[in-house]
Design a protein around this ligand. Structure first.
Ligand code: F6R
Length: 329
């Protein structure tokens, strides 16, 4: 599975080959991006990238429930690697009912069929991968749709530069990932700490350790952490934890906030590993973090002797969910 992650620059090239092929015409009041798990994280990351770059609000929907403001003025992007995720299908169908302009990113499945039948703009991601491994392709797909719809938050050249940076950083990332895996391989609860607005990347790291390494992970985000969690660390019931703290070295405030968190954890006698994010631009930093924690989580699976690709309990839930969500396509 490590090779699949290390293949990301090529996967980005594949997505870049389709850059500009899918867009939605119109004027939009808001953007809503729907998806779950490894597909849902794309919305979180797009929201992070849009924060300082786009005046149109971006909302992320990680359920079957969509905001009441979804209307003809909404650009709604349904992201589901398999195209068969009940929450995403339900949310997308509800958005269509409300007249939203809908685009889809998927490898096929029900959502792919809905897109074909209704003539919806579709950015196709290659099948045969795991959703979480398809991250850079789906991300490039959504960035491309936004760019082609007059709502650019990252242009093609930014993605190309980020891709080149990732390619040259690959050996360093693989080495750092091995060290993170050794650090995380313990009986301690793993805590992933960072600063706003990078929470999407901490959630991505958490999910990668959940799904690939099969472990429970807590996410701590400054500065909100300083207003509640911090007190819980004074007298915790569970004292055996260790922390991976990452920050954007170009964000002076974020960096200082994480330094404060690190001092707190260390003050409680817990081990901490601090990681500055590398990357030639913001997209590059996103890819760096995603690849670093993806590889680290697969390496940790190796140390633990578990299969990183299997997600048995998600399968169990999806079977159950087929009797819960009711939609007709
Ligand atoms: C990640 C993973 C899950 C799925 C999620 C939604 O690799 O397997 O987090 O991403 O269950 O499924 P899709 O992505 O097919 O919509």
């Amino acid at each position: 599975m490590e090779e699949a992650y290390l293949n990301w620059p090529k996967l980005i090239d594949e997505a870049l080959a389709d850059w500009g092929s899918v867009g939605v015409r119109g004027e939009f009041d808001n953007i809503v991006i729907s998806g779950m798990g490894g597909s849902g994280i794309i919305g979180d990351v797009v929201k992070l990238l849009a924060l300082g770059r786009l005046s149109t609000p971006v909302e992320v929907v990680k359920s079957h429930v969509i905001p009441s403001y979804v209307s003809e003025e909404t650009l709604f992007i349904g992201v589901s690697y398999s195209g068969n995720t009940h929450e995403t299908i339900t949310a997308t169908l509800r958005a269509l009912e409300k007249g939203a302009r809908v685009a889809v990113v998927t490898s096929g499945g029900v959502l792919g069929r809905v897109a074909a039948e209704k003539g919806l703009p579709l950015f196709k991601t290659p099948s045969g991968l795991l959703p979480r491994v398809s991250f850079p392709h789906m991300l490039t797909g959504v960035l491309s749709i936004l760019d082609s719809s007059g709502l650019s938050i990252a242009g093609r050249s930014e993605v190309e530069h980020a891709r080149a940076g990732l390619e040259s950083d690959k050996p360093g990332i693989a080495g750092e990932a091995s060290e993170i895996a050794s650090f995380a391989y313990s009986g301690d609860l793993l805590v992933v700490a960072t600063h706003s607005p990078l929470e999407a990347l901490a959630v991505r790291a958490k999910s990668e350790f959940n799904e690939n390494s099969k472990i429970i992970v807590k996410v701590d985000v400054a500065p909100e952490w300083m207003h509640n969690d911090i007190v819980g660390y004074e007298r915790p019931l569970f004292t055996s934890y260790r922390v991976i703290a990452f920050y954007d070295p170009d964000d002076k405030v974020g960096r200082r906030l994480v330094e404060f968190m690190v001092e707190e954890y260390k003050g409680h006698g817990r081990p901490v590993r601090s990681i500055p994010l590398k990357g030639v631009n913001l997209v590059g930093k996103v890819l760096y973090a995603a690849l670093l924690f993806g590889l680290a989580s697969v390496k940790l699976a190796g140390l633990r002797g578990v299969d990183p690709s299997a997600t048995v309990s998600i399968g169990r839930y999806k079977k159950f969910a087929s009797g819960v969500f009711e939609y007709r396509v």
